[in-house]
Design a protein around this ligand. Structure first.
Ligand code: NAD
Ligand code: UD1
Length: 337
């Protein structure tokens, strides 16, 4: 089976490429490199022992997508391509709707034209908005608090309409919780440009001595230690969730939303401690004001993924931190060499 990964050179796409190749799929990567580098292709070849076809292109280029789907005889698409920074989406909503919503419309047009009707979409737990109950299951009402989240919600709804219009479509919207960690080789991982917005890459840079200290955004939440609680999931578990979703769609039609999370929540202080343990380095921190838009706690009910996809996360918090640290160290070595 031939699978196109849009956004395939990015953080989650590159890890998913490894898992899909190792599960016997033929994989083609498609990316405009706006938030990744083609240097990842060499790392992927090193990990998997084979070169992976890559097309540099934008998902809004419908003609290029149509010719790619035909040339590589694509059977299914995993759609990672998009912009993902919440703060930036508030500043530049048009860019977010253009890349995420317009990009998905273009992809759907191309898929329709090429008669490819199996799609796995990168959604997010952000579509649940402010949690009304925990753990979050797929029946929780959806809402959005920023343009990034709204773009994901619009796409999910568009995809529901598409699946309803034609029984040949099989679509899985995977609602990721908080992906962290790296491939066990340390060759690929999350490498954000500039100051990281997310907790794990920030902590890793403090442990590595690249930043002086972490600002903990609020210690007065109604959680066990007062800091925010999230469902961190190892990116390799997440990648395996995509293989499980493709297997599920080979026997199922219609639209499906599925959480990919562990069901366990860890606080910011838990994460600091875990990275200190994995790295053997201290992570200095200071408590500062809450970050606007943050919720106290957010974690998944992963039952549906277990039942429908026969998938569950198996890697521990220690695995997440050890692989993050390995990648962090290998980055440092490659900068020095
Ligand atoms: P990433 O930025 O590393 O990967 C996205 C890739 O898409 C990048 O390589 C980028 O160059 C590419 N891209 C962006 N716009 C494009 C366009 N118009 N045409 C072609 N390529 C384009 O991000 P990621 O963390 O790997 O996220 C992948 C997907 O998962 C995104 O859709 C994101 O919204 C979603 N998601 C991520 C998280 C997370 O915490 N990382 C959580 C929930 C959902
Ligand atoms: C953020 C996004 C969310 C997206 C998710 C993907 C926001 C408001 N939300 O979620 O839409 O789907 O990333 O991973 O950006 N923290 C600190 N100090 C820091 C950074 C974070 O204390 O320097 C805390 C936060 O307050 C939070 C936790 O760490 O309690 C996790 O933060 P983060 O990694 O940014 O993820 P989310 O806020 O869950």
């Amino acid at each position: 089976m031939n699978v196109l990964l849009t956004g395939g050179t990015g953080y989650i796409g590159s890890h998913t490429a490894v898992v899909l190749l190792q599960s016997g799929y033929r994989v083609v990567l498609y990316d405009n490199l706006s938030n990744s580098s083609d240097a990842v292709l060499e790392k992927l070849a090193q990990i998997t022992g084979q070169p992976i076809p890559f097309i540099k292109g934008d998902v809004r280029d419908t003609e290029l997508l149509i010719s790619t789907l035909a040339a590589h005889r694509i059977d299914a698409v995993v759609h990672f391509a998009g912009l993902k920074a919440v703060g930036e989406s508030v500043e530049k909503p048009v860019d977010y709707y253009a890349n995420n919503v317009q990009g998905t419309i273009s992809l759907l047009q191309a898929m329709q034209s090429a008669q490819v009707k199996t799609l796995v979409f990168s959604s997010s737990a952000t579509v649940y908005g402010e949690p009304q109950f925990l753990p979050l299951d797929e029946s929780h009402p959806t809402s959005a608090t920023n343009p990034y989240g709204r773009s994901k919600l619009h796409i999910e709804e568009m995809l529901k309409d598409v699946a309803a219009s034609d029984p040949a479509w099989g679509i899985a919207c995977l609602r990721y919780f908080n992906p962290v960690g790296a491939h066990e080789s340390g060759l690929i991982g999350e490498n954000p440009n500039g100051v990281p917005n997310n907790l794990m890459p920030y902590i890793a840079q403090v442990a590595a001595g690249q930043r002086a200290e972490l600002s903990v955004f609020g210690a007065d939440y109604p959680t066990a230690d007062g800091t925010g609680v999230r469902d961190y999931i190892h990116v390799m578990d997440l990648a395996q969730g995509h293989a499980a979703a493709l297997a599920f769609l080979s026997a199922t039609i219609g639209w499906h939303a599925v959480n990919l999370g562990t069901g366990k929540g860890y606080s910011v202080l838990d994460m600091i401690q875990a990275v200190e343990k994995a790295s053997g380095q201290r992570v200095p921190y200071k408590i500062v004001a809450r970050r606007a838009g943050d919720v106290a706690a957010c974690y998944a009910d992963p039952k549906k993924a277990g039942e429908a996809l026969n998938w569950r996360a198996t890697r521990t918090l220690d695995d997440m931190c050890a692989s993050t640290w390995r990648f962090q160290q290998s980055q440092r070595l490659s900068v020095m060499s």
